[in-house]
Design a protein around this ligand. Structure first.
Ligand code: NDP
Ligand code: BG6
Length: 658
């Protein structure tokens, strides 16, 4: 065994197993906020998973506390009911659960009441004597952030920070502060009573296997690191898209918004992993030093730069394809009906250091979007086109793309170009893909297992340090300030279930770039034209389509203009009009248009305008010609459709005459 801490081995991708990781040391775990949502939904399932994997010590007692008066047997019953709903394991192991649940205890108490801490202390002492926890106690703050400071102060006053007999540690939930000054204040409040190495600030994204794998991928594979810089990388994108709205968390969310809730913490942590310099080892502070350095180098924006480099959005009501109504953010429970809170944000950031100077880093996240997905795209610079000058590919070389699929798809994909079979030097977009489900047993965790385990063994690698939290707030603060100084005039500015506001697309398209949308077979099969198509066809098409957003009233194509691309409607309503504005047709999800002028190289015969916000996929002429050549069935279908739609008879030999 090396002297690297076990958790660091886990961090680089070695799965915990009984041969590589031992159970954590004995301890009493106290959960503040045990009657709340986090405890039942994530903490207890994570602890149960640790028990199933043999990583929870046998000498471990768990005490839940909050202001509700719940007798221990009732608490155990509630957890036994909830685990059936929230367990992440394929099969439920009743015997492990029974052993686990017998270790759960509950004591009620208000967090500002000194007597509550005294009762807690007595219970800890009793349980420690029973199980032999050696004086080790871990406090988990599953409570609203407003009481983090209060609890940590009162714990110290009651003597719980004293480590003369066993360690005392505290896990602090997010959000850590509401802004830079409150984060500084909270840090001070906690560190006045606790030592930095006793405080574990959690970010559950760092417990995700796929996030940890960013480090393993970067630093265990020699081929990518030499390319990981401004010489070779065009830009980087981070996307965390959620389909859910704020659900029952309106009260909290309306004071937070997506910048505080997702970007300042989870997304900046991923950014740090992807962009930091190689650490000298996997020791906790080697990694955290590099993360702090890279976050420190992220350019802090002026108000003018905020206006130029950020987009915020809020979802509005929408109608689903099945006709049911989806609430807008302002109609959600506990949300101010005039709220200016952003539920979507997109940022263009720059890291001012030697490695990343001038490379735009795009970050976006939102609620109530069309599809759930967390992805990181690293787009490389294009190859020189000079050797292709005498081939049809000149002007059409694509960027290589490396994509980290964090969730729900889990894998890594490399997109590049290959020669398509035949006598010509014709290129086609292809990909190579590593899928977690094929390579490993699927991860069964909530993401909290490793974090709790690491805290128990005293490894802080996956937790945030004071300087890291502050560096992340320094980046977010001017954006929050500038946004607060000018209320958004256009909220709500995206419909629930779409790809977000149009302005977020323009943030990239102004530089000739596009957001990555992961388009897969399931998505394409919703388009009637593609139903029943071969997997090979759908796979090639998925790599070619590019997403684009139109706001109500925008023209997608105008009559008389040359046709350079065709469109597929993913969402929304569009009107087809003649030159005089007469309505000819209405298009909805699953429709496509623009194929005729593309096929025949003729001017557009009608205009198409978005009636509602519309999300479309574009297939450009070069790619269209490629799919049409390799999959003649597409051309045949379009010819048939044009006959029935427009009464046109098209000679296949006259296609692509331009
Ligand atoms: P809940 O509101 O569901 O639970 C809060 C808990 O704190 C309850 O047990 C409540 O007890 C207790 N509590 C609050 N104030 C007091 C007080 N003054 N005295 C005693 N008990 C008190 O919140 P969540 O569980 O959702 O969230 C907890 C923390 O975890 C928050 O910081 C949140 O940001 C974070 N978090 C939550 C996530 C989630 O999915 N839920 C995800 C990521 C982070 P009682 O009702 O008995 O008073
Ligand atoms: C939490 C946010 O931290 O992360 C939630 O408060 C968000 O708003 C959640 O939904 C997303 O986590 P995950 O693991 O589902 O991506």
């Amino acid at each position: 065994m090396t002297d690297i801490p076990i958790s660091s081995q886990l961090t680089v991708g070695v799965r915990p197993s009984k041969t590589t990781a031992a159970p954590a040391p004995p301890c009493v775990l106290v959960i503040f906020g045990a009657s709340g949502d986090l405890t039942k939904r994530l903490l207890v399932p994570a602890l149960y998973n640790l028990a199933c994997d043999g990583l929870l010590p046998k000498q471990c007692a768990i005490i839940g506390t909050s202001s509700s008066d719940i007798p221990t047997p009732v608490f155990r019953e509630r957890m036994s009911t909830d685990i059936k709903k929230f367990s992440t394991r394929k099969e439920f192991d009743q015997s492990v659960w029974e052993g686990f649940v017998s270790r759960l205890h509950y004591t009620a108490g208000k967090f500002d009441d000194p007597a509550a801490y005294q009762r807690l202390g007595e219970l800890i002492k009793k349980l420690d004597a029973e199980i032999g926890a050696d004086g080790n106690v871990l406090f988990y703050m599953a409570v609203p952030p407003s009481v983090f400071g209060l609890i940590s102060t009162n714990l110290d006053k009651a003597g719980f920070t004293d480590q003369s007999h066993g360690w005392k540690r505290m896990i602090v939930e997010k959000p850590f502060g509401h802004d830079l000054s409150s984060a500084l204040q909270l840090n001070k409040e906690i560190l006045d009573h606790w030592a930095e190495d006793q405080v574990f600030r959690i970010d559950h994204y760092l417990g995700k296997e796929t996030v940890q794998n960013i480090l393993a991928f970067r630093f265990s594979n020699g081929m990518f690191e030499p390319l990981w810089n401004k010489q070779h990388i065009d830009h980087i994108q981070f996307t965390v898209a959620e389909t859910v709205g704020v659900e029952s968390r309106g009260k909290y969310y309306d004071t937070a918004g997506v910048l505080r809730d997702m970007i300042q913490n989870h997304m900046f942590q991923m950014l740090a992993y992807l962009c930091m310099e190689p650490p000298s080892s996997f020791k906790p502070d080697s990694i955290r030093n590099e993360k702090a350095k890279v976050l420190d180098a992220v350019r802090v924006m002026t108000p003018e730069q905020v206006a130029e480099n950020t987009v915020r959005g809020q979802y509005g009501p929408a109608k689903k394809a099945d006709g049911t109504q989806v609430a807008g953010y302002r109609q959600e429970p506990d949300v101010d009906p005039n709220s200016s809170t952003e539920t979507f944000a997109a940022l263009r950031l720059y890291i001012d250091n030697w490695r990343w100077e001038g490379v735009p880093i795009f970050v976006r996240s939102g609620k109530s979007l069309w599809k759930r997905g967390t992805e990181i795209l690293v787009q490389f610079k294009k190859a020189p086109e000079v050797i292709f000058r005498d081939t049809p590919e000149v002007g059409h070389l694509e960027h290589n793309q490396l994509i980290f699929h964090i969730q729900p798809d889990q894998g890594i994909e490399l997109r590049f170009q290959a020669k398509s079979p035949g006598p010509l030097m014709a290129l086609q977009k292809v990909n190579m893909r590593f899928d977690y489900r094929e390579a490993f047993e699927a991860s069964r965790g909530t993401g909290y297992e490793l974090l709790i385990y690491n805290c128990m063994i005293g490894d802080a690698t996956l937790f945030s340090r004071t300087d890291l939290v502050e560096a992340a707030w320094r980046i977010a603060q001017p954006i929050l300030d500038t946004w607060a100084a000018s209320s958004p005039k256009d909220f709500p500015n995206y419909e629930a279930g779409t790809w977000g506001p149009k302005a977020a697309f323009e943030l990239l398209t102004s530089g000739g770039r596009k957001w990555l949308e992961v388009i897969n077979r399931a998505v394409l099969e919703q388009v009637p034209l593609f139903q029943g198509s071969s997997p090979v066809f759908l796979h090639s098409l998925a790599l070619m389509l590019k997403p684009v957003v139109f706001a109500p009233g925008d023209f997608v194509v105008t009559k008389g203009a040359p046709g350079r691309e065709m469109y597929f409607v993913a969402r929304g309503e569009l009107e087809v009009t003649d030159g005089a504005g007469k309505l000819l047709n209405t298009l909805t999800a699953g429709s496509f248009f623009g194929e005729m002028s593309l096929l025949l190289a003729e001017a557009r015969t009608a205009s198409v305008r978005a009636k509602s916000q519309a999300d479309l996929y574009v297939l450009d002429r070069t790619d269209f010609a490629k799919v049409a050549k390799d999959h003649p069935s597409l051309t045949r279908s379009i010819i048939e459709i044009s006959k029935s739609r427009y009464g046109l008879t098209i000679d296949p030999d006259k296609l692509f005459t331009e």
